[in-house]
Design a protein around this ligand. Sequence first.
Ligand code: PBG
Length: 329
Amino acid sequence: MTDARRVRPRRLRATPALRRLTAETRLDAAQLVLPVFVKEGLTEPREISSMPGVLQHTRDSLRKAVAEAAAAGLGGVMLFAIPTVRDAVGSQATDPDGILNVAIADTVAEVGDALVVQADLCLDEFTDHGHCGVLTPGGAVDNDATLVRYAEMALAQAAAGAHVVGLSGMMDGQVGYVRDALDAAGRDDVAVLAYAAKYASAFYGPFRDAVESQLEGDRRTYQMDPANRREAVREVAIDLAEGADIVMVKPALAYLDILSDVAGMSTVPVAAYQVSGEYAMIEAAAARGWIERRRAILESVLSIRRAGADHVLTYSATELAGWLAEEIR
Ligand code: PBG
């Protein structure tokens, strides 16, 4: 029998150099994606009250933010936009002059290929009822009619220069439908990121402020039930079969088991989204001095990577990349 004291895991924790050498998981700026919000007609950037430090951008301040993201070595950005006019079908989402499409073009003009330019492909920011799809006369979200709008939206985003379209609406068949539409238009170069396992989560609360959501009720008829684990594997398998290039789990921190399962079965890169409510919780507790902000942000993103995410969408991306650069120096 081994003397228990002969086996000493603490030996490898003794110095920063030993800990650095033996760390199983590392963070790299290239694996971080910054979500950004741009609002049509805004003249000054505006802080989102439930997301301290996160702004609704003007077109100009968006260009600065993405340039900073590129300078920080981030992997990409995910664009969201708030239009002035909303209607039942989300017309602004497919208008080439609609704010999201304009923001894509602005971003590509600013950073070119230095960042992977991704856009949220969902109707909720553009509909007056706030749902992710179009509605039946009875008020239900109409899956197949929504797919037609998603395909039109994908073509508009591709035309604006998006490298990746981020399908976040959780309609059945959305990946295959949009893939086919892009291919038929000769845009087989545009990649599809599938929000494959997206849960109906309370942690999206601050995001609804960020995009001034007009939703009444919830999204439980299309987003997943937080009670379900096996179903995430099913959703990912479906999206892989339909041609998803990247699959995502969302939210992240309360869903690390899901992330671990998905990382174990996915044949494509796995993304995770540290969502608005996760960000807000850390900021709120840190503002009260209850947790150390920098350590909490680093630890949470590291945990998401450790659970299996290849890359992480986080509102802290640019700042975090700065800290990583400091550590290297
Ligand atoms: C849908 C979308 C949402 C988020 C990303 N894409 C909102 C929702 O599904 O209700 C939430 C992101 C976050 O909370 O940070 N367009």
